[in-house]
Design a protein around this ligand. Structure first.
Ligand SMILES: [Zn+2]
Length: 132
């Protein structure tokens, strides 16, 4: 990957990080709303909303961390950027343009996800590469 490409992906990463940082904070739980007298029946709903918001926030922080690691890789090990960490083959350009922080090629990632799914043994798992 030449210097121009690295700069291009670096910009993509920076723009993506900015977008994530600007994302609105998670919604307040229902019971904190001043006008709400929280009904017992609504309590589970409020808790669910809070859980969803907190998971979303976690995913957001996780993405920011991945993005920052990718920027570091570009700065410190530019020769490594864009190569799969597992098989060392170049990652498809199209994939990098969509998710410039990925460290695995499609094959290795699906192998890894398969292994994780097997370990989870029946547990439900959502694959979220990135969110909008
Ligand atoms: Zn690979």
């Amino acid at each position: 990957m030449d210097q121009k490409d690295l700069e291009y992906f670096r910009l993509l990463l920076l723009a993506r990080r900015e977008a994530l940082m600007d994302a609105p904070p998670p919604v307040e739980p229902l019971r904190d709303a001043p006008t709400d007298k929280v009904d017992e029946d609504l309590q589970p709903l409020a808790e669910m909303n809070q859980m969803i918001a907190s998971n979303r926030n976690k995913a957001r922080l996780g993405s920011i961390r991945l993005i920052e690691e990718a920027i570091e890789r570009i700065d410190e090990e530019p020769d490594e950027y864009g190569l799969c960490l597992s098989c060392e083959e170049p990652i498809m350009r199209r994939r990098l343009e969509l998710m410039p922080w990925v460290t695995l090629c499609v094959d290795c990632q699906s192998r890894q996800e398969q292994a994780q799914a097997n370990r989870a043994a029946g547990g439900r798992r959502h694959i979220t590469d990135y969110e909008d």
